[in-house]
Design a protein around this ligand. Structure first.
Ligand SMILES: Cc1ncc(COP(=O)(O)O)c(C=O)c1O
Length: 486
């Protein structure tokens, strides 16, 4: 019989509180010993936070091999998210993405991956030795961003690669666009392929019906969720969810333990415990409020001349099955500003820091932490910005480059000899490193791909916009490492 668990329990948090109440004399790491060894930080963040900064021990369980309070907390989290098993993560959804691919694929196995996947997916490909079969997501030309992979594209790719071991899906994208995950799961499972889902931006979705269906709800095999992004826990805390019998739990545990720290932070673990409890007990109510705020902002901003915030009207296009309305894509093309310019204006003139910007858009993230006041400030900032911005033309003719061709696998490229060339001289070379605008962390060029003039020109535009470019050894990307002898 199905046993409902008591979601008001917070076993890790309770154990930590007991440890602190016992006033134990610590002859164990961390060496700051309840904050005495780092007084300036203790004075700033408080003694309790420093006392909670503990390491694995019998009373508190061990995150690498949970048999006590962490095991109980994982069980509670699994139930809350509709999974059969959950692992608590302290190195972001990144470690979940690595583990999903490493446990589903052996070296040489094919895995179907959308080319707009986050850099953690490319990292997983290199670590596992799996061979990526890239699929193209649909592109929304007006917004200049990728939406999702259409069911048709997925069907054809599965047909063309019947021996692939797994299909990797992003649900939803950084911008809140979700593919038809249910149909993709059906297609993949008919071909005995595991479905691995990057839900870094979807950790709140199981708790309110107005969000896209989640991986666990539609029978996918694994999902990595960043609770720190949308469910209230501390930065870096996340979870890996599993269900079904295509993936063996012991293989997941083994892959995870390769890179799992042996010093998991109890601040992070406690925050996962409390965030899970809050979402399980009050998530619907909190998200009802969050959605109301996001819908209000969308409506208000859409009335402003020159701005456009896409919403439900775009749903139903190929690759864009559903939307997470809390992600507000504010398209500025009609105002003649780039997203990067708007981000700077919002920061410098209105003291607002948004989540990300790209050539055409900014993305303020609305979450359970927002209030009428914060969202009102955002709306007013956009109103003021529009009132004070001389109406420009849509001067952005930047062409988002075609996805480059993969010449060698990312893993082979990673281990190949490399030489350094100037960016302008990289045309025709094979990239030896990935370069991405961060956020969103989607590679413009991935290692092993052929560099084209379009790509170098696009990188130059991003550099001119002072966009944060990551992945290259040269932090300013004046040079790039390509395959070849130095
Ligand atoms: C789509 C996507 N997947 C995975 C990640 C990695 O998540 P984390 O930062 O929790 O490691 C991110 C982070 O931004 C992301 O945007």
């Amino acid at each position: 019989m199905f046993n409902k668990v008591d979601q008001s329990k917070t076993p890790i948090f309770e154990a930590v509180k007991r440890y602190i109440a016992d006033d134990i004399i610590p002859f164990h790491v961390p060496g700051h010993k309840h904050g005495h060894g780092l007084e300036e930080l203790t004075a700033y963040i408080g003694e309790t936070a420093m006392k909670m900064d503990l390491n694995g021990m019998r009373d508190l369980d061990f995150a690498n091999n949970p048999t006590g309070v962490i095991q109980e907390a994982e069980h509670l989290l699994a139930q809350a998210f509709g999974a059969e098993h959950a692992f608590l993560l302290v190195n972001g959804a990144t470690s979940g993405v690595h583990t999903m691919i490493m446990s589903a694929c052996n070296p040489g196995d094919q895995v179907i991956i959308p080319r707009n996947a986050h850099k953690s997916t490319i990292g997983a490909i290199i670590l596992s030795g799996a061979m990526p079969v890239y699929v193209q997501p649909e592109i929304d030309e007006r917004l200049g961003i990728a939406t999702g992979v259409s069911v048709e594209t997925m069907r054809q790719t599965i047909r063309d690669h019947p021996h692939a071991k797994a299909v990797f899906v992003i649900n939803p994208s950084y911008y809140g666009m979700a593919p038809d995950l249910k149909s993709i799961v059906r297609l993949a499972h008919r071909s005995q392929m595991a479905v691995l889902v990057d839900e870094a931006h979807g950790a709140h979705m199981p708790f309110h019906d107005d969000f896209p269906l989640t991986a666990m709800e539609v029978g996918a095999d694994m999902s990595a969720v960043s609770l720190h992004k949308t469910s209230g826990s501390l930065t870096q805390s996340a979870a890996l969810l599993i269900r079904g019998d295509l993936i063996e739990q012991h293989a997941v545990k083994q892959s995870l333990s390769l890179s799992y720290t042996t010093s998991a932070s109890y601040l992070l673990l406690c925050s996962l415990d409390l965030a899970r409890k809050q979402m399980a007990l009050k998530g619907h109510e909190l998200l009802e409020e969050t959605l109301a705020l996001a819908r209000w902002a969308r409506e208000e901003i859409n009335q402003l001349d020159g701005l456009y915030v896409p919403g439900r009207e775009l749903m139903g296009r190929p690759g864009f099955h559903d939307i997470d309305e809390t992600k507000l894509i504010v398209c500025l093309r009609g105002l003649g500003l780039t997203g990067y310019e708007a981000e700077r204006i919002l920061r410098q003139q209105y003291n607002i820091q948004i989540e990300l910007s790209d050539i055409y858009n900014v993305l303020p993230y609305i979450s359970i932490g927002d209030t009428k006041e914060t969202v009102g400030t955002l709306i007013n900032a956009f109103k003021d910005m529009v009132a004070n911005c001389p109406k420009g033309q849509d001067r952005m003719s930047t062409i988002i480059p075609q996805t480059p061709k993969m010449i060698v696998s990312p893993r082979d490229a990673f281990y190949s000899p490399k030489k350094v060339v100037r960016l302008e001289q990289a045309d025709g070379e094979i990239a030896g490193e990935m370069i991405m605008a961060y956020p969103p962390g989607i590679p413009v060029i991935c290692m092993g791909e052929k560099i084209t003039t379009e790509i170098t020109e696009y990188i130059k535009v991003l550099k001119a916009e002072d966009c944060e470019l990551q992945g290259a050894v040269d932090p300013y990307v004046d040079h790039i490492r390509v395959l070849g002898m130095a």
